[in-house]
Design a protein around this ligand. Structure first.
Ligand code: PRP
Length: 186
């Protein structure tokens, strides 16, 4: 674990980009969007770890349709603010998804590589339907052709942390989404 003082930790937060209230309102709307798609049929929310765990926790409480939860883990950023370009599925889903209405829950679509790979993988397992909901979309950074079915916020090309998103595994517990700066003013 990195040794970082609380002062140093906070100095890297440049500004709040999306507040707790804005997130809560958008998550409520995302729940209504999901409900509208399935007309009461059960769904499986698949959280792509680690970044989506906070969003998943709120989203699963904002949907009204019967809902199961599953987890997968993918990793493409390693102690850096830019993607390595290589997506590793580090933990696969435990359940068979054939016949399921699957909703992939992601924290951010950046280059698009992670979700393109995950969608390809899960599509091959014969789900009844497959949708993607992402908390954040950063279209300026896309290098592969990929669009989520529902994005809560479209953001500019800034490195952001909080509400599940990290820098070097820190900041995931912030209740808002903030711009991270590597080189804060002294
Ligand atoms: C982040 C994020 C997405 C992915 C998006 O994961 O959670 O899964 O990158 O980037 P892409 O569109 O360029 O593929 P990360 O590799 O940081 O792992 P983490 O979720 O464990 O933080």
């Amino acid at each position: 674990m990195r040794n970082i003082s609380p002062e140093e930790y906070n100095r890297h937060i440049k500004r709040i980009l999306i507040s707790e209230k804005e997130i809560a309102d958008a998550v409520e709307k995302a729940g209504l969007y999901i409900d509208s798609l399935y007309d009461g049929s059960p769904i499986l929310l698949v959280s792509i770890l680690k970044g989506s765990f906070v969003f998943l926790a709120d989203l699963c409480r904002s949907v009204s349709v019967p809902c199961e939860i599953g987890f997968m883990a993918a990793k493409s950023y390693y102690e850096s603010t830019s993607s390595s370009g290589i997506v590793n599925i580090t933990m696969d889903l435990k359940q068979d998804i054939s016949g399921y209405n699957v909703v992939i829950v992601e924290d951010i679509v950046d280059t698009g590589r992670t979700l393109k790979d995950v969608v390809k993988l899960l599509s091959a397992r014969n789900p009844r339907s497959l949708k993607v909901v992402t908390l954040l979309d950063k279209p300026d950074r896309r290098v592969v052709d990929f669009e989520a079915d529902h994005s809560l916020f479209v953001i500019p090309d800034l490195f952001v942390v909080g509400y599940g998103l990290d820098y070097g595994e820190l900041y995931r517990g912030l209740p808002y989404i903030a711009e991270y700066t590597e080189f804060p003013d002294l």
